[in-house]
Design a protein. Structure first.
Length: 270
């Protein structure tokens, strides 16, 4: 375990750089903040590559667990002051612990083989929405999220933060629209063997409460502003809509996803 008090330390600068997608992709690492989230990751078998914590907390029982787990896995531990933690997290009131982890992605063929309940997000740009959707997928016992097209990074700091640790329990995949559609169609009967349900504002779409909910399920949710692309909408086995009774013409993406996921759970409790 090392003590670091300098804001210009190379390791601290490298960890701060993980706030940016470019550096996450180069290093294949991402950041998670907070004792609850990092402990949840460790309990699920994730090994921190770096563990940075507030000096003076090293004797806390929970911190000792994180330090032991990190060192056993070959990671590095650093005791720092609040200024250094704030530099890494870019927050005035940072958490007492920040950790880096290796990114983990699942492939489209693996998704097709697994089945289960997945959410496909089409060009979703808001990391807060993504993190909240990961929480909802986790809450209903779903498998994971597929990021389709020009989406926000699945391991963006804001997405990880909003997921409240769910990012360590649900699987993530990313693909171009063309690759996703090819995987769903498959070859010689090897495509997606289940429902593909998408949300739409079309009058012809079925009320979500009357949809044919089944498992396996790929639930397609569109871009916050423009909805599903025409190609993805055409690939669905059913389009659904959520009735809007007031003056609003749409719901927040994460809210709409949660409603649809829980309706699926209501029809498929086991």
């Amino acid at each position: 375990m090392r003590q670091i008090q300098s804001l210009t330390n190379p390791t601290i600068k490298a960890l701060r750089a993980l706030q940016l997608r470019k550096y996450r992709r180069q290093s294949k690492l991402f950041l998670a903040e907070g004792m609850r989230v990092v402990l949840a990751a460790v309990d699920l078998g994730w090994a921190p590559r770096h563990l940075v914590f507030l000096a003076g907390k090293e004797n806390d029982a929970a911190m000792q667990k994180l330090i032991a787990h990190t060192e056993a896995a070959g990671g590095a531990c650093f005791a720092v002051n609040r200024a250094v933690l704030a530099k890494i997290s870019r927050k005035d009131n940072p958490q007492t612990v920040v950790a880096s982890f290796a990114e983990s992605w699942v492939s489209l063929p693996e998704i097709v083989q697994q089945g289960g309940v997945w959410v496909g997000l089409d060009r979703v740009r808001d990391p807060g929405n993504l993190g909240t959707i990961m929480r909802s997928v986790d809450a209903v016992g779903g498998s994971g999220v597929v990021l389709i097209g020009d989406c926000v990074d699945g391991f963006a700091v804001e997405a990880v933060r909003a997921s409240m640790g769910a990012c360590f329990h649900v699987q993530l995949a990313e693909a171009s629209e063309a690759a996703f559609l090819d995987a769903m169609r498959g070859r010689q009967g090897q495509g997606w063997r289940g429902a593909i349900i998408g949300t739409a504002l079309d009058a012809d779409a079925v009320d979500y409460r009357r949809a044919r909910w089944a498992t396996p399920l790929m639930l397609l949710m569109g871009n916050e502003a423009s909805g599903l692309s025409p190609a993805l909408a055409d690939a669905t086995t059913q389009l659904i809509r959520i009735p809007m009774l007031g003056r609003s013409d749409s719901l927040n993406l994460a809210v709409a996803t949660g409603i649809a996921l829980y309706e699926h759970l209501r029809h498929n409790p086991d």
